[in-house]
Write a protein of this length. Structure first.
Length: 202
């Protein structure tokens, strides 16, 4: 069985590590391949929808099932424009932060004081930053008291990276350890759903 994964590139650090672990553990015999889309697409919802659907038009023909690593907080019409595809698997978390870091992110919405970021956000921040002007970027992050990097251990979060992020968002940056098994279990579950999904005509 051929399984494709369509993912925002913000998932790349954790996803590559998880798929490597899955391969080492020989959990699945199925062929799994990933297509990444540019992180900066989130700043233009029309282009995000266009690029996601254009990719799915191709990938749903190429693969038996396609796992989509985007959520409802990535685009308000997300599930609406996915209706036409019958061989896709979506995930429950509403965005990359919930998918990788888990319940801490959902709980943070209540008080609204902190914003969580993933390793991918730190690595690829310029892809996002270059798609918005300086005022909008500072305004978006300025509503928070702290930015917290959820450190899954897949990349080394250095003092230089923390300072660089602070310079770009002007919000104090902290680091908290995050269990990568949160994300790995999500991916394993999605792959199982893809394998067990009814094989519908494409």
């Amino acid at each position: 069985m051929k399984i494709g994964i369509l993912a925002c590139s913000v998932f790349e650090p954790e996803l590559e590590k998880v798929l490597q672990d899955i391969k080492i553990k020989q959990l699945f015999k199925d062929n799994i391949e990933v297509t990444y889309l540019h992180f900066g697409l989130h700043t233009n919802l029309d282009k995000l929808e266009k690029d996601v659907t254009a990719s799915l038009d191709k990938l749903t023909l190429e693969y038996d099932q396609v796992i989509i690593l985007y959520g409802s907080k990535c685009h308000y019409r997300f599930f609406e424009f996915l209706k036409k595809y019958n061989n896709i698997i979506t995930i429950k978390p509403a965005n990359c932060l919930e998918a990788i870091i888990g319940d801490k992110v959902v709980e943070s919405y209540v008080e609204g004081k902190d914003i969580y970021l993933t390793s991918g956000w730190v690595e690829k921040f310029d892809e996002f930053s270059n798609s918005v002007d300086n005022y909008d970027r500072l305004n978006q992050f300025g509503m928070y008291e702290n930015a917290i990097i959820g450190d899954t251990g897949v990349i080394k979060i250095t003092d230089e990276m923390i300072f660089d992020l602070y310079e770009k968002i002007q919000v104090p940056v902290e680091v908290e350890p995050v269990d990568i098994n949160i994300f790995e279990n999500l991916i394993i579950d999605a792959i199982k759903k893809a394998i067990n999904a009814p094989q519908k005509a494409k």
